[in-house]
Design a protein around this ligand. Structure first.
Ligand code: NAP
Length: 342
């Protein structure tokens, strides 16, 4: 079979490898779709720890081809989505129920072979069934959606509240939709590309803001802004210093800030602790997808969350190295690898 192997930092190669066989508790899955995530670019550039040589791809779905002898809930022919994050169940964090903070966390597509391949092997406990009728491309969105669900859960949005989302990539556009579902009546998306602002408004944002049109804090939280005094909840989904610094200033007094965007380790951002204290802001980090994958699969299977319009390109495995080695093209939201073709 073919697999895209990260052989060293900066060296991603598609080559013939041996088809894996499932262990007793594993599923052998023929990959239908595998999403390219910013993390894949960070892994390629050596900005995120990995264990080369390894097959990348942690946002994948496909059809079960074979199951191990102890597998009972799944059978060949079923379509599944894989939760890539495997926790150990033994460390202090797992024993506290904080499985996403597991001290021995292993991720499929980062630490062990992933979904940029014709086939992937995953433990049965990491799989969730998807309907046979679902568009094969849609299952690849379960993983990013599960991460967004965790952030939205942490925010605790109440019906009628207001939300600001900073960054209109796939994460921001999923959070916009989840915030509306959670009952937010005003959802403002801030992003630079006009095409993303219009898409966000079609997907449920009540308005959008162009950072180039003036100071974002004035445009949103100023006396004449869209949400004077700020929003109940602000989601940082861009992962850049500018938006992380803006986020607390966009929250109303007593409001909540959720950081979903990943900034490079060691980078610092200026914040004003007095403002956080005096206005009692809750500033929270949201990391991956603890126990949210099943709900993500339900939201996508039912069509409750729109993902089809987030697909910008479907590419072949052979075209992956070029796509990962370069920044996303203008206007692109999600690029999917379809190892078996469309
Ligand atoms: P993405 O496609 O890069 O989207 C982020 C977008 O933010 C950019 O494309 C850009 O769009 C916008 N942006 C950049 N600078 C901005 C600014 N100054 N003001 C407003 N918008 C700005 O990435 P993604 O896939 O959506 O992921 C978003 C972040 O979440 C990344 O940092 C990713 O690593 C992280 N992430 C976190 C988790 C988690 O568990 N917490 C899970 C998955 C991903 P424009 O060009 O339109 O401005």
């Amino acid at each position: 079979m073919k697999a895209a192997r990260l052989e060293a930092i900066g060296k991603l190669v598609v080559r013939e490898v041996e088809k894996p066989s499932p262990g007793p508790d594993d599923l052998l899955v023929r990959v239908e779709a595998s999403g390219i995530c910013g993390t894949d670019r960070h892994l390629f550039a050596g900005e995120f720890p990995s264990r080369p040589p390894v097959t990348l791809g942690h946002e994948f779905s496909g059809i079960i081809e074979a199951v191990g002898e102890r597998v009972e809930r799944f059978r060949p022919g079923m379509r599944i989505t894989g939760d890539p994050n495997i926790h150990c169940d033994r460390c202090q964090q797992c024993r506290r129920g904080r499985i996403n903070l597991c001290e021995n966390l292993q991720a499929i597509g980062i630490h062990r072979d992933g979904g940029f391949a014709d086939y992937v092997v995953i433990p049965q406990n990491q799989a969730y069934e998807l309907p046979a009728s679902l568009d094969p491309a849609f299952g690849a969105f379960c993983e990013p959606l599960a991460c967004c669900l965790h952030g939205v859960d942490m925010a605790g949005i109440r019906t009628g509240q207001s939300v600001v989302v900073l960054g209109g990539g796939v994460i921001g556009l999923l959070v916009v939709q989840l915030a509306r579902l959670a009952g937010a009546t005003s959802v403002v998306l801030v992003t630079r590309q006009a095409v993303r602002r219009s898409l966000a408004e079609e997907l449920g944002a009540t308005s959008s803001v162009d950072p180039a049109a003036g100071d974002v804090v004035d445009q949103v939280a100023g006396a004449d802004g869209l949400l004077p005094g700020g929003a109940d909840v602000v989601f940082e989904c861009a992962g850049v210093g500018e938006t992380v610094a803006e986020a607390p200033k966009l929250a109303r007094t007593g409001g909540t800030v959720v950081i979903l965007g990943v900034m490079p380790k060691g980078e610092k951002v200026e914040m004003e602790p007095f403002d956080i204290l005096f206005r009692e802001l809750r500033v929270l980090g949201s990391f991956i997808n603890p126990s949210t994958h099943a709900r993500a699969a339900a939201l996508i299977s039912s069509g409750t969350i729109e993902v089809g319009r987030l697909i910008s390109r479907r590419i072949r495995l052979e075209d992956l190295p070029e796509a990962v080695a370069n920044p996303p093209r203008a206007g692109e939201v999600k690029v999917l690898v379809m190892p078996g073709g469309d």
